[in-house]
Every structure is written in structure tokens, then in C-alpha cells.
Design a protein around this ligand. Structure first.
Ligand SMILES: *[C@@H]1O[C@H](CO)[C@@H](O)[C@H](O)[C@H]1NC(C)=O
Length: 387
């Protein structure tokens, strides 16, 4: 039965889908006064009725200089199941976007799994990578380009059960060879590593480690706090770079690498809508990147300082996070793709029904993972350059 589902889904993906979403423009200013009885609950992810039929909701005209609102977002690929959820990485040399599915199979226990896929952006063809690879790289969730290569990624696996630890891995998408770069914090298992970004030095990687694996029935009880880690891939030393999160999730840097952004999806405990607590963060935090040397003989060590609240999501949680070359911030939420200026000012939203978990720039196209669809949004600016 599982096999049949996969075959049907691949057949659906193979066609270069071109369906377009609505491209009408609505305004956030229409929400200023709603009146009694018109407010919605935190777990209501359906589009605001004021935005029905619109493709975009604008808060500031700067949004129109970033997103090409003359073009409707289009469906770049689709399937009959949640094949497009996390870990999107664009590899220009391969003309591919790597991405992974949501949790599939029996999500009550450790037989659940996550598929690894690629999208060829010139043909729209989706290719499912071998199941054996998905089993070795168990419960993959976050990824980014591996600096110095054009065919490899750094991939986070959350791990499974109490025997397969969460890890930072290197995966070559041409040969499918992979190796573990880091699988513990000084002897203790990570909780369930979620998202990853390299600092400008191309050697220090930062990753988030929320405890979703335990809540989602595939990991042992958390052995550590909900930290953001810094791992120096050359010295092989891992450090805690920041704490104070409920569920640290997406991580990204400004184009000048002076600012780090970390999303906190603490509002969701990972068990679905029944586990939403709106008193917990649905927040993007900004930090200064401190890059001083540690002492005279110490080596360069970038870390996160001066935490501040950057933005709160319109709907649901800010999950994945990306920046454009100008430093504007894009995050996947229950509303679609919410966009903020470097100041934190809300600029607008690309409205995508069903929400967006993670997203990635391929030059001037923003690919948004919408579970059963990948939505391509035409931009006027390219993404920030990664190291
Ligand atoms: C799903 O997994 C749980 C936990 O292992 C098990 O109790 C349950 O029977 C499984 N359900 C099905 C339909 O296989």
C-alpha cells in the first residue's frame, strides 16, 4: 500500500504543474478595527476572511518592490501526500532543490519516516531518493549548502528511537555518499536537530535543537535544553551559542552577517492543533553576531548576543527563515510567507492556503514548501548569498 501511494505520487509530480494561485492584493490596514465577534482563535489557520481571494496582503508598499505581485504564485510541483515540508536547499550547479517530506507512516511510533526528494527546477520533475538513504539519514529535517562544494549539503537528522542519535551530516547529492560530522554534545544526544545555517567563515555552523522528536513519538526524552549550537567544523568543537527558547526552529543570518535570526515555534508542542499554546512564542528573535577572538591566543568564535524580539507571526508559527540580498526577512507561517524589513516592520505576506513550513530562494524565485505542493513565488530581488 505504501509503495502504491509513492508510485501514484511520483506520477503526479512528474508533470510540470503550472497552476496559478490568486494574485489579488489586500491590505493589512483593513484589519485595524474588526469589531466584536470577528476575532479568531490562535489555532485557526484558515485565511482571514478580509484576505479571501487575494494572493498578497500588503502592510507597506516596500513589499511591492520585493515580490513581483504582477505574477501569481504558481504550483511548481504537487503530490497526493505531504511530500514537501522541510530542509529546502537550492544547488545551482545541479539545478536542483533538495527537500524532505513531513512525517509519513504510523506517526504514533518509531516506524514513522521522512522521505528525501529533489526537484529539478528546469523540468519540474520530482525524484524520490532511495528509501535506504532515508533510513540511514533518519528523520531528516534541516539542511543548507555545504560551503566549498556545489553538489553537497549539510543535513540535520533528528534521529530515531534511543539508538539512532540526531546528527549533522554531509550528503553528496550526486553520489548520495554521506558521513556524520557531529552526533552529540559532549556525550549527550541532541533532542531533535531542526534547522541549520553556516556563518560567513564557511566553517562555523549554527543549528537549533527543539524537543519535537519526543513529542512526536520517535525520540527518547530530551537529554539537553532547547539550545542553539555552534559547531566549528574545522576544530570539531561544539558550543551552546544561545538558550532561553521554548522551541528554537529556523536560523538564518543577515547578508552582512552582523545579525542572526532564530525563530521560536514554542506555541506548538508538536502534537498538532490540540497542543497549541498562544502564550508561548510564535516569534522571530534577532541577535547581534559577536565575532571577537577569545583572548590573545584564542581562536575566532562567532556567537549570538543581545537578543531582541524581531517579529510575531500573523498566523501560526514562523518556521523556516530566509533573507534577501537587501536583508529583508521571509518566514514560512500558517498564512504563507510573511515578509519583514530589517527593522522588524511588517511589509506583507504571500498568502498560501495551508501555510508554509520552510522556503528557499533560487535566484529570483522563492520556493515555498506547502506540504502537498511546492509554490514558486516570483521575486524582484534575489536571496542573500550563502557562504
Ligand atoms: C502505530 O504505532 C503504535 C505505536 O507503536 C502502535 O501501538 C499501533 O498499533 C500502530 N498502528 C497501526 C495502525 O499499525
Amino acid at each position: 500500500m505504501g509503495l502504491l501511494v509513492v508510485i501514484v505520487a511520483l506520477a503526479l509530480c512528474a508533470a510540470w504543474a503550472q497552476a496559478a494561485l490568486p494574485n489579488g492584493i489586500c491590505s493589512y490596514s483593513s484589519l485595524a478595527v474588526l469589531g466584536p465577534g470577528s476575532m479568531r482563535a490562535a489555532n485557526n489557520f484558515s485565511p482571514l476572511s478580509q484576505f479571501k481571494g487575494c494572493g498578497y496582503a500588503v502592510a507597506d508598499n516596500a513589499f511591492l518592490g520585493l515580490v513581483d505581485t504582477s505574477a501569481a504564485p504558481r504550483v511548481a510541483a504537487e503530490a497526493s501526500y505531504a511530500f514537501a515540508h522541510e530542509a529546502p536547499v537550492y544547488l545551482p550547479a545541479l539545478k536542483q532543490i533538495f527537500f524532505v517530506s513531513n512525517r509519513l507512516g504510523n506517526t504514533s511510533g518509531v516506524t514513522q519516516f521522512i522521505e528525501l526528494n529533489t526537484l529539478d527546477i528546469s523540468t519540474g520533475t520530482v525524484t524520490k531518493l532511495p528509501e535506504t538513504l532515508g533510513n540511514s539519514l533518519a528523520m531528516s529535517n534541516g539542511a543548507t549548502n555545504l560551503p566549498g562544494t556545489d553538489d553537497s549539503i549539510a543535513l540535520l537528522t533528528q534521529g530515531k528511537g534511543d539508538w539512532q542519535p540526531g546528527a549533522v551530516n554531509k550528503l553528496n547529492l550526486k553520489t548520495l555518499k554521506h558521513e556524520v560530522l557531529l552526533d552529540n554534545y559532549l556525550g549527550r544526544q541532541f533532542n531533535s536537530p531542526n534547522d541549520i545555517a553556516f556563518f560567513k567563515d564557511g566553517r562555523t555552523l549554527f543549528f537549533t535543537d527543539p524537543p519535537y522528536g519526543f513529542a512526536q513519538n520517535f525520540k527518547l526524552q530530551p537529554q539537553l535544553g532547547n539550545y542553539v549550537y555552534a559547531y566549528d567544523t574545522v576544530s570539531k568543537i561544539v558550543s551552546v551559542a544561545a538558550d532561553g527558547f521554548v522551541k528554537p526552529n529556523g536560523v538564518a543570518f543577515s547578508p552582512d552577517y552582523k545579525t542572526a535570526y532564530v525563530t521560536d515555534t514554542g506555541m506548538a508542542d508538536g502534537t498538532g492543533p490540540s497542543g497549541f499554546n498562544p502564550a508561548n512564542p510564535q516569534t522571530i528573535y534577532a541577535f547581534d553576531m559577536e565575532t571577537a577572538k577569545s583572548g590573545k591566543s584564542g581562536s575566532f568564535f562567532p556567537t549570538l548576543r543581545n537578543r531582541r524580539t524581531f517579529a510575531v507571526a500573523e498566523t501560526g508559527l514562523p518556521d523556516g527563515i530566509r533573507l534577501d540580498v537587501q536583508g529583508n526577512v521571509y518566514t514560512g507561517t500558517g498564512a504563507g510567507v510573511e515578509v519583514f524589513a530589517p527593522s522588524g516592520k511588517r511589509l506583507g505576506t504571500v498568502l498560501i492556503e495551508g501555510g508554509v513550513a520552510n522556503l528557499v530562494f533560487a535566484d529570483k524565485v522563492l520556493y515555498a514548501l506547502n506540504e502537498k505542493r511546492i509554490i514558486a513565488v516570483q521575486m524582484r530581488v534575489p536571496g542573500a548569498k550563502l557562504p
